[in-house]
Design a protein around this ligand. Structure first.
Ligand SMILES: [Zn+2]
Length: 214
């Protein structure tokens, strides 16, 4: 069974997720830790839960989701895996990091590119990379359909959707991703978004002001 720990990092209140199962093998998704206090906090959570770190994944590569990539890669000796169409988004980060208040951002490039629908394993668990562009060009959500879990990044939020005014953003494509990909998941699938509280597919289908379909 999948366990999920959420840690909120950096001034953007970005949700960093630790996904693991009974084997304690763990993937980290979107490490947003920036300060040494945040890095220490992450290390303590990993130690406290006795997690065995086996994967470093990004849903997409905006700065608030990638601030901790270098730290996690070097601390746990993990290759960085990003969606295949996010390489450009990641490459742009050093150019604006200081303007966003992160002059100490340490840049690393991807080691591996995740293809749409690629399966990623940890322990006895698999998640699938669902391709959901629109907030950024190559955005993916990591989904386990059996356990009805969707780590969705900045696509669908509780009562809102991802912004589309950044490079690579497209409102129509985002809505299409939500309606044709995410809304195909079972209604009781829990969405773990990049910011804010969890929600469910069914709840957003019914009440989200941007993309409700009923
Ligand atoms: Zn984003």
């Amino acid at each position: 069974m999948i366990s999920i720990k959420t840690i909120v990092f950096n001034p953007f209140a970005e949700n960093t997720y630790l996904l693991y199962d009974d084997t304690k093998e763990c993937v980290i998704i979107d490490p947003g830790c920036y300060t040494s206090e945040e890095q220490d906090h992450l290390k303590k959570v990993i130690e406290r839960e006795s997690l065995i770190m086996v994967g470093l994944l990004n849903t997409h590569c905006h700065i608030d989701h990638v601030l901790g990539n270098a730290f996690v890669k070097s601390t746990y000796k993990l290759p960085l895996q990003i969606p295949e169409h996010e390489a450009q988004t990641l490459a742009a980060v050093p150019g604006y990091a200081a303007n966003y208040g992160f002059p100490e951002y340490e840049h690393i490039a991807a080691d591996q590119l995740i293809k749409p629908n690629q399966i990623i394993s940890f322990g006895e668990t698999e998640v699938k990379a669902l391709y959901v562009p629109g907030h950024s060009e190559g955005h993916v959500a990591f989904v386990n359909e059996n356990e009805k879990i969707c780590v969705g990044g900045d696509v669908l939020f509780d009562g809102s959707i991802g912004r589309t005014d950044l490079p690579g953003g497209d409102f129509d494509i985002l809505l299409k991703s939500i309606r044709e990909q995410l809304f195909n998941l079972p209604d009781d699938t829990i969405v773990y978004p990049g910011h804010g509280p969890t929600t469910t597919i069914g709840h957003e289908k019914k009440s989200n002001p941007f993309c409700a379909i009923t």
